[in-house]
Design a protein around this ligand. Sequence first.
Ligand SMILES: Nc1nc2c(c(=O)[nH]1)N[C@H]1C(S)=C(S)[C@@H](COP(=O)(O)O)O[C@H]1N2
Ligand SMILES: [Mo]
Length: 255
Amino acid sequence: MTEEFFSRRGILKSLGVGAAALLLPGCDRLGQSPTFQEIVLSTGERLSYRMQRLLGINPLAREYEPSEMSPVFRTNGNTMPRSPEYLRHLASSFAEWRLEVDGRVKQPKGFSLAELKAMPARSQITRHDCVEGWSAIGKWTGVPLGALLDAVELEPSARYIVFHCADDFRGTNYYESIDLVDAFHPQTILAYGMNDGELPVGHGAPLRLRVERQLGYKQAKFVMRVEAVESLEAIGRGKGGYWEDNTGYEWYAGI
Ligand SMILES: Nc1nc2c(c(=O)[nH]1)N[C@H]1C(S)=C(S)[C@@H](COP(=O)(O)O)O[C@H]1N2
Ligand SMILES: [Mo]
């Protein structure tokens, strides 16, 4: 598959949707399928998300060679949570820390860092793209989120996975969310390692999300709790993430 195929234009082309069809105001003439109309009338980012999900396109993000890793991988956003609880865990190297996995699951469970490290691991060298205009290539090692979710058994009502973080902006803890397609994507991991070492505090120790087909702000750092939910309505102000709720950032930040 070429990149053109996966690009928005490429997908439209492969569906035989021309520019004229996109501009036609009388959408009832375009066909009976509401799904088709929904696609055509959607905004750019939504279109891309729905297209991907409707077509079942689930490609891997590009992976790089060790020689391509950035000599410096900068930090961004919060680099040190200030909650006393987090600072206590940091002081004891996260020995008593547990990742809580709960919500719409059959077996809610707390996982120690040792337990997470004992699970099958995945490493990947990928490019991180921040919406503010910088990128860096780094290596991430962690447990596939899908394996963790299988261990706690999702309820059939679960539709989104929410990540609750230890750090805050003006008293509101950072949070993010993804759908189940991204949650079970093979490159979606909860990383405890970076560049062949421990995950540094500035990059989200003890655990941060890597969801490689989306922008930087989706890569939640300092993840304390993973919650399966049916709807994002009750999370923050309902848009699924700290920046989505507090700026105009898209919930689906596909790259
Ligand atoms: N908990 C938390 N996660 C976060 C942020 C944050 O401030 N807090 N910033 C986000 C943004 S905008 C980016 S670009 C990346 C930066 O990751 P890095 O510090 O490892 O480079 O983390 C993302 N995840
Ligand atoms: Mo970012």
